[in-house]
Every structure is written in C-alpha cells, then in structure tokens.
Design a protein around this ligand. Structure first.
Ligand code: UD1
Ligand code: MG
Length: 496
C-alpha cells in the first residue's frame, strides 16, 4: 500500500524550494545525522490560533476551515509533530472552545492556553508561558517553535531547518521569503549577511519598505533564552502591540545570534480570506497530485482530480478525470475510479471498479472486484467480493454478499423517518430491477427478487420473491380503442 499525506514522506520530497540558511557557511549535514542530532534535543511547539479571522466572514473559526479535507489547525499540528515537537501548546482566543476541542482531538497531549486580549504575537506566545518556563521535569525545552495556525502549507523539514539553526548556536531563527508583492509583511533587515532586525511594515522607514526579503512569521527560539527575550519585548510601535518580531533586535542586544532561513512563498502562505484559502487549496492539491503520480497512480487529467491529505492508494490504481476524494478514502491495488465519482470515508477493494458517476459515502466498504456503476450511491454498506450494482441504485446500511447482483433502480429503504435499519443480501442473490427492499429485511443466499418488487419480509435462500401487482392482459383492447376513435366514438371504459 502506497500511502501519502500532505506533510508525509512522499509529499515532503516535493520541496518547491529548498531552504537556504543565510549568513552562514555551507552547513550540509547528512539527513540521518541531522535527524539524530535533532532527536537529542527537546522541542516545544507553540501554535498561535487566537486570531479572530474576521476576514473569513464565517461563523466557523478561521483555523477550523478545511484544506485538503482537514482543518487548518490539523495541518499545523501534524507538521509540528513531524518536525519532532512532542510538546505542543496551542494558544486560543476567548470563546474558542471548538478550536481547543479540535486541538485536543488531534494532539491529545497538547496544552491549551487562552489569550484573553489580542495584544500581539509576542503577547500570544507569552500566554503559553507555563509551557515555556515550568516544564514538569524542571528542564527548559532546547528548541521552541512558534508557528501560526493559519499557515498550513508549512513543511516539517522547514521547521527542522529552523531547529538546526538553533542547534548551531542561534538564539533566534526566522523564516524569510521573497514574495512577489511584499506589502503587509515584516521586512528582514540584513547587514553583512546577518539578520539585524525585523521591521513591521507600519513601523518601517521608506528605505526599509524597499526590502523584498520578508518575514514568514514563524520563529524558532532557543529555550534557554526564550523567556528573557520575550519578556523584554515592549509595545512601542504604531499598533501598540507586542511584536514577536522584536525578538531579533533584542537577542542581538543581549549578544545573542539571530539568523534567517529562506524558504518558498508557499511554505509560509498565510490564510486570512476565502480567496487565500482557495489559493492554498490549489497549492496543496498540486502537491497531493504530484505525490500520487510519484507513487504510481495513473491519472490522465490530474488537475481535475481532488484529493484529501489522507487519501491512500495501492499499486496500479487508475483515476479518470473529474473525481473527488473526500477525507478517509483508501483505494487498493488495481482498482479503477471512473470519471465524475465522489468518494469519502470509503474503502475500495483490489481490482474494484467505481463509476462513472458513482457516490461512495462514509462506511462504504467494497471488497475485491466489486463493480459500482453510474448513479449508484453506497453508504455504510459492505459490498462483498465480486458483487455488482451497475446502475441507478441506493445501497445504505446493508451487506451485499459475494457475487450478488443488484439490478438497476434497487433501493434499500433504510429509514422509516425515525431510525435506520439494516438490509442483508446473501451471496449470489439476484435483485431484479426497480425493487425496494424495506429494511429491516434479509434476502437469503442465492435468492431471486422479481423486478419491481417491494420486499417487506425476509426471502429464504434460493427462493423467488415477487411482491408486485399481478399483470392483467386484455386481448385486442388497444385495437378496439383505435377503431372507436376512427369512428368518432368515445373511449371505452378502462379495463377493470
Ligand atoms: C506577522 C508578522 C510579520 C510577518 C507576517 C507573515 C508579527 C508582529 N508580524 O504579521 O512580520 O511578515 O506575520 O504572515 O509577528 N495572533 C494571536 N494573538 C495575537 C496576535 C496574533 O494568536 O494577539 C496569531 C494570529 O492568529 C496568527 C498569527 O498570530 O495566527 C499572526 O498574526 P497576524 O495578525 O496574522 O500577524 P501579521 O500582521 O500577519
Ligand atoms: Mg497574518
């Protein structure tokens, strides 16, 4: 099984732009040695999620909006964990119970801190002071990573680069990038290859505003100096806010070293609006498609296929154009997903064929070589090996035994207006077209159901059930009708 996730190994190889450390010599260290060095250092990640997100114009908190089928916050927490931060603190705003609950679901050990008033990024970091200062074992973390919950495309290796800079002796490491339009970003003031200060745009001189090298926002701080630096940050600036960015100049004042690591714009792409959310989705989808292709998935029009970060593919899977994978889908070896199908929370077995125009909902479990055809919806149902539902059917809360054939127009009537009920269709059963199976009901192994039946009671194995009005035939009736019409007479009464 070849699996990929947004921040996982396969996607990690898709670095759009390798990180570059500025103001230092060549520091290339073999990856394995580097990761060993990192494992020996303790790390705390502080995730800032207290923003109001007003520009999203949504009742849903900004960091809970989905990207690639996962909340923004989940991307960041996953990346922090992958970058080797076992300790996580999440800073949430007041009335953000839903954000806190999501953080705890994704990172059960995470500590949640509330920032009651929004007084700047440094103020937000200090809301997590107990995590920085009073670790239960009495030790300070070696590395502190400050990450923004609305910057979901950040890759773990970029955070690892920041950590490596701390391991090399920096007290502060920031992530720089050169956006096409630097408006709104803090500018990195460099001198002789050294990072001197970060100037927020509002506070920058005309000269400083010409600088194209900008602050990505995230920061790594050496644990032993973090609190001393953070507590010296004041709010003497245009917004009267406590800026995390002031950590650079303060560290230098204290005789400590600050460095900038350069990365690509996508890595630090922040989300404040629905338009930026859509742009980030486009970047993520490209990463996911590239990872799927790299893993051997055949896609004739990858740009029309939408994936989730947890979509998993086996070998020799084919995906036709215009397919959507919601969260929680696994497709096994040799399966084909044909055009215009929509899948979520589903498992497609080896060699199975789905679509065109199929819908697999949560709990759809297709065994090997199953065929699910056009306009067939499957929900919470096990379709066992080789069973077929090729046209126009709804199979919900059901089991369909191996090799069974579900005729066009078959409906499992699973809902009585109050509760859901189960339908059990045995192996090798044949359900004639346009049948309604009124659950709870069982059709035994090898049984037949005549077309157009409304089946309300169990059908024994190998039996035939026909549950429809008997057919009436009136010989010559139509011919007589035409004769009466031709003679200008009235239509005869309907046959009884
Ligand atoms: C920040 C940087 C800027 C950088 C930019 C990159 C500072 C002072 N400025 O500016 O140099 O170029 O990011 O995108 O750090 N937050 C809180 N509580 C607060 C304030 C902010 O939790 O009181 C959180 C926000 O939810 C967000 C993050 O911190 O996740 C950044 O805040 P934001 O207001 O977006 O900072 P920028 O003005 O973008
Ligand atoms: Mg921002």
């Amino acid at each position: 099984m070849l699996a990929f996730i947004a921040c996982g190994e396969r996607v990690k190889t898709l670095a759009l732009l390798p990180c570059r450390r500025l103001g230092r010599g060549d520091t290339a260290i073999p990856a394995t040695l580097e990761s060993k060095r990192m494992r020996q250092r303790t790390c705390l990640a502080i995730v800032l999620a207290a923003g109001e997100g007003t520009r999203m114009r949504s009742a849903l908190p900004k960091v809970l909006h989905p990207l690639g089928g996962r909340p923004l916050l989940e991307h960041v927490l996953t990346t922090a964990k992958q970058a080797g931060a076992p300790d996580i603190a999440v800073v949430v705003g007041p009335d953000h119970a839903a954000v806190a609950a999501t953080a705890q679901r994704i990172a059960p050990g995470a500590r949640i801190f509330e920032q009651r008033e929004r007084r700047g990024t440094a103020h937000a970091v200090l809301a997590a002071k107990p995590a920085i200062a009073n670790k239960s074992d009495g030790n300070l973390p070696d590395d502190i990573l400050v990450v923004f919950a609305d910057t979901p495309l950040l890759r773990p290796e970029t955070l690892a680069e920041l950590r490596a800079a701390l391991a090399d002796g920096a007290a502060v490491a920031v992530l720089g990038f050169t956006p096409i339009d630097p408006t709104g970003y803090g500018r990195l003031v460099m001198r002789g290859g050294e990072l001197i200060a970060i100037r927020e745009e509002r506070d920058a001189s005309a000269q400083e505003r010409l600088i194209g090298f900008c602050n990505g926002g995230l920061m790594a701080l050496a644990g032993e100096h973090a609190l001393a630096i953070l507590e010296r940050i004041g709010n003497a600036n245009v917004k009267s806010e406590y800026y995390l960015t002031d950590a650079v100049a303060i560290a230098r004042d204290m005789g400590l070293k600050a460095v900038a690591i350069e990365t690509g714009e996508d890595d630090v792409r922040g989300i404040n609006t629905k338009a930026q959310l859509a742009q980030a989705e486009a970047v993520l989808q490209d990463r996911l498609r590239a990872a799927a292709l790299e893993a051997g998935v055949t896609m004739t029009a990858p740009h029309t296929v939408f994936l989730s970060v947890d979509t998993k593919f086996g070998r020799d899977v084919t995906i036709e154009p215009n397919v959507v994978f919601g969260p929680g889908v696994t497709v096994d070896d040799g399966a084909t997903i044909r055009s215009f199908s929509h899948l979520e929370g589903a498992h497609v077995g080896k060699g199975a064929r789905v679509g065109p125009y199929a819908r697999l909902r949560s709990g759809a479990e297709l065994g090997p070589d199953v065929h699910i055809g056009n306009f067939v919806e499957v929900k919470a149902a096990h379709i066992e090996a080789g069973a077929k539902a090729n046209h126009l059917a709804y199979i919900g809360d059901a089991r369909v035994g191996a090799g069974a054939n579900i005729g066009a127009g078959t409906i499992t009537c699973n809902y009585d207006g109050i509760a859901k009920h189960h339908t059990d269709i045995g192996a090798g059963a044949f359900i004639g077209s346009n049948s309604s199976l009124v659950a709870p009901v069982k059709v035994g192994d090898g049984a037949y159901v005549g077309s157009g039946s409304v089946v309300t009671s169990d059908v024994p194995a190998d039996a035939l059930a026909v549950a429809r009005a008997a057919q009436t035939v009136k010989e010559g009736w139509a011919k007589r009708l035409r004769q009466l019409k031709a003679a200008g007479k009235k239509k005869p009464a309907e046959p009884s």
